[in-house]
Design a protein around this ligand. Structure first.
Ligand code: IPM
Ligand code: MN
Length: 344
């Protein structure tokens, strides 16, 4: 039997609680295949104790794994940006996670703020290694009335093409074969037109995929007025960050939203994580919903080629959501229920 060499970063707040349930479900989903998880203590606790966010030696150890499962990073006691830049984004950049995959669907039993959403099932391919996230900026005359603060978005032909190509491939594999690219090329003309030309050129290789374009502002309107129009969305790092929170909000909240930081070339391990954060206000109480983490485990399995196990997880999540009702369940009860459904 195979063995999955898994690195686990439980992280902060509710991270360890939801990761425990994710591992529970992973275990039953795999049957004969063995998982050997190695835990890494990274996040707020380590930063307070040692001042480290992600030491190079740990980065290199993580690199040796097949895949990474991350709970959540962040705590109000750590200044904003320290763990985001020093840990989460560092991992995404170091391991070339250029596809940040964020699926959304509205399933029965889940509350949506929309009155009549229709059939909603789409996936956002958010670019993960470029854009305004690269830290290409600087500030002059800080904290004076004359301060100038720049964050320059970096978009390379190489980086845009590879993520656009990945999105076309995903669109082609889905029944509707539709790709929407989102930008703001009426204002951000340099980056926007690089994206536009790239989509047009790569699209010639995928004649069976229909393509449309939306400015990011208009896309937020359609996300709430007509989300069923979307199939695959491709967009840059920051637009993707924003639109995927909105996508999560219309499909049950970030408590249910799964994501994968994927390196499609497999030159480094991909990393799967719930979209939600560490929720320090409810940490340690055993009441966090582990569903987003469990669904992220499903994406992880799909990435590793275990499509069958992945489908069983996603079916279990849909069935659990449909039968939820109003009963308040504890984190471990939801995990147990999902594990029971996965094992049949
Ligand atoms: C996300 C988060 C991160 C991002 C933050 C925490 C750096 O919001 O995963 O969407 O902006 O990518
Ligand atoms: Mn975000």
């Amino acid at each position: 039997a195979q063995n999955i060499n898994l690195a686990v970063i439980p992280g902060d707040g509710i991270g360890p609680e939801v990761v425990a349930e994710g591992l529970k479900v992973l275990d039953v989903a795999l049957g004969d295949i063995k998982v050997s998880p190695t835990e890494y203590d990274l996040g707020a606790r380590r930063w307070h104790a040692t001042g480290e966010t992600l030491p190079d030696s740990v980065l290199e150890e993580l690199r040796e794994h097949d895949v990474i499962l991350l709970g959540a990073i962040g705590d109000p006691t750590v200044p904003s940006g320290v763990l985001e830049r020093g840990l989460l984004l560092k991992l995404r950049f170091a391991f070339d996670h250029y596809v940040n995959l964020r699926p959304s669907r509205i399933v029965p039993g889940v509350q949506t703020p929309l009155a009549d959403p229709g059939e909603v099932d789409f996936v956002v391919v958010r670019e993960g290694t470029e854009g305004p996230y690269v830290g290409n900026g600087g500030a002059l005359r800080v904290d004076t009335p004359h301060e100038i603060a720049n964050e320059v978005s970096v978009n390379t032909a190489f980086g845009v093409e590879r993520v656009v190509r990945d999105a076309f491939r995903r669109a082609q594999a889905r029944p509707r074969r539709k790709l929407t690219y989102i930008h703001k090329h009426n204002v951000l003309v340099h980056a926007g037109h690089l994206w536009r030309r790239t989509v047009e050129r790569v699209g010639q290789e995928y004649p069976d995929v229909s393509v449309d374009y939306l400015h990011i502002d208009a896309a937020t309107i359609f996300m709430v007025t007509d989300p069923s129009r979307f199939d695959v969305i491709v967009t840059d790092n920051l637009f993707g960050d924003i639109i995927t929170d909105l996508a999560a909000a219309i499909s049950g909240g970030i408590g249910l939203a799964a994501s994968g930081n994927v390196n499609p070339d497999r030159s480094a391990p991909s990393m799967f994580e719930p979209v939600h954060g560490s929720a320090p206000d409810i940490a340690g109480q055993g009441i966090a919903d582990p569903t987003a983490t469990v669904s992220s485990v499903g994406l992880l399995l799909e990435h590793l080629g275990h499509a069958d196990a992945a489908r069983r997880i996603s079916d279990a999540v849909v069935a659990d959501l449909a039968s939820r009702g109003d009963a308040k369940r504890r984190t471990s009860e939801i995990g147990d229920a999902l594990a029971a459904r996965v094992s049949g």
